[in-house]
Design a protein. Structure first.
Length: 246
């Protein structure tokens, strides 16, 4: 804890030094940015835009994880499905996020559905790859035991498959969340009338570095809270059965 506080203090000190060297136009000091955050919070704009962005993050992340989990499990368990789906997976993994976003807006219009679809499509292949590796490493002995005890399909999924996949699902969720919120900002910048990305885009056009930093830091703080109090505890919980290294 002390080490982190010292590191944070050094970061703020470096920020102050950078603002002195670059000037307030290029890099406003932390106090100026804090005041800007306070003003945006008082006006209600900060909460509104944070809420809009978080809603898009949650919806697109949930869709991507659901589709990615099912597809990854099927591809990991069945060789034919893996061979059929692998070319599609390679294409999606190597297709730039910007291309997917632009095509989604062209094909579906500047709509909320297009924004959600674009973000989800960028996350789905990463989730598939992670879950597929987990499905490939499932213990065949446990499958045979489930057959001997005549466990039903859903009981086998709940008690045999999902506990083994849990660490892979947690890893996919953690890496995917960090990717999704970054892509959401780009989607908002290019085609939405609200959200953190939209506000950063407007500030960019006005060369308002203070507002850019205010919205960026506010959203980063929210995502750090989610990472610290939701994602990391969940990951530790689902991986508690694994032996810890010394």
């Amino acid at each position: 804890m002390i080490t982190r506080l010292v590191s944070l203090a050094l970061l703020i000190a470096a920020w102050y030094a950078g603002s002195r060297i670059g000037g307030p136009r290029l890099l406003p000091d932390p106090q100026t940015v804090a005041v800007a955050i306070w003003h945006e919070a008082q006006s209600g704009a900060l909460a509104f835009n944070l809420g809009a962005t978080l809603a898009r993050v949650v919806i697109s992340f949930s869709i991507a994880m659901a589709i990615g989990t099912v597809a990854g499990l099927v591809m990991g368990r069945y060789r034919v499905a893996d061979r059929l789906g692998d070319p599609w997976l390679v294409v999606l993994l190597n297709l730039p996020a910007l291309v997917i976003i632009v095509l989604a807006y062209i094909w579906m219009g500047l709509t909320e559905a297009a924004a959600i679809a674009a973000v989800a499509l960028n996350k789905i292949p990463i989730a598939i790859v992670t879950v597929r590796e987990g499905a490939r490493s499932l213990d065949q002995g446990l499958d045979e035991m489930a057959q001997v005890f005549r466990m039903g399909r859903w009981a086998r999924m709940r008690h045999v498959v999902l506990p083994q996949l849990a660490p892979y699902l947690a890893a996919a969720a953690r890496s995917g969340l960090s990717l999704v919120w970054k892509i959401v900002l780009v989607v908002e910048w290019l085609g939405r009338p609200n959200g953190v990305g939209f506000e950063i885009g407007v500030a960019f056009q006005l060369f308002d570095v203070t507002k850019i930093l205010a919205y960026a830091l506010a959203f980063v703080a929210v995502m750090l809270l989610i990472e610290t109090f939701l994602v990391q505890p969940l990951e530790r919980h689902v991986s508690r059965w694994r032996p810890r290294t010394a």
